[in-house]
Design a protein around this ligand. Structure first.
Ligand SMILES: Nc1nc2c(ncn2[C@@H]2O[C@H](COP(=O)(O)OP(=O)(O)O)[C@@H](O)[C@H]2O)c(=O)[nH]1
Ligand SMILES: [Mg+2]
Length: 211
């Protein structure tokens, strides 16, 4: 199984000018604010303080890049917190559009959701960005520790159905309790070996940014 031997912060980017040129595959982590993206990154890295976690939904709209050795991980700005203005939301949309259209070697997105809840409107919006830009993705249903053991599988199945995905593309985890790290590592290994074989397969055409 894939072993993570390195995990270091590289840089943050506020917009397209800061996106990282990468000759390695880039795997992005997306999801609503507070779903556990930072906790998940720390779980993968087996380090507690690589990515900042918080109890209060974050307000950062930065893409944070981490060097994981065989791949680069991009932590995307969270979405879905209530106090955000229309202007800020539009800005977020532009950053996402330019990221998905222009990020070099973007290979896969890990979309985190909360296993207790059905996908939100914004989770669906994120899934449609990914469809639009033809970027393959896997849904990681986080916080499985909040459910009784027998509820985890059926919930993952329901979430798969609501994203029109097969169950192989939906993985239940608990980032906090480190449950099913193996499942995620196995998935990343598949993503990396497909990249080795075929490179990035994208049908999307980059759109001009107007600024
Ligand atoms: N119970 C539980 N709490 C979690 C899990 N993952 C994250 N959290 C908590 O959810 C909150 C937000 O986590 P964070 O990683 O900062 O979310 P982010 O905004 O998506 O980066 C923190 O209080 C975490 O401790 C999990 O798997 N189980
Ligand atoms: Mg975070």
């Amino acid at each position: 199984m894939l072993k993570i031997t390195k995990a270091e912060f590289i840089k943050s980017a506020a917009d397209q000018k800061g996106f990282l040129p990468s000759d390695r595959p880039v795997i992005a982590v997306a999801g609503k604010s507070n779903v556990g993206k930072s906790t998940f990154i720390n779980m993968l890295a087996a380090r507690n303080k690589l990515a900042k976690t918080s109890n209060t939904p974050g307000r950062t709209r930065l893409v944070n890049y981490f060097d994981f050795g065989s791949f680069v991980l991009a932590d995307l700005p969270g979405y879905g917190f209530a106090q955000v203005s229309k202007v800020e939301k539009e800005k977020w949309g532009r950053v996402m559009d330019s990221f998905f259209a222009t990020q070099q070697n973007l290979t896969h997105v890990l979309l985190l959701t909360d296993i207790r809840h059905d996908p939100t409107a914004e989770d669906r919006e994120m899934a449609s960005y990914l469809h639009h830009y033809a970027i393959p993705f896997t849904v990681l249903c986080n916080k499985s520790d909040k459910l009784g053991k027998t509820r985890v599988k059926p919930r993952a199945k329901e979430i798969a159905e609501s994203f029109y995905l097969t169950q192989a593309n939906v993985i239940a985890i608990s980032a906090e309790k480190r449950t099913n790290v193996e499942g995620v590592l196995q998935r990343i290994e598949e993503i990396l070996s497909r990249y080795q074989e075929y490179g990035v397969q994208t049908l999307a055409v980059a759109e001009e940014e107007e600024e």
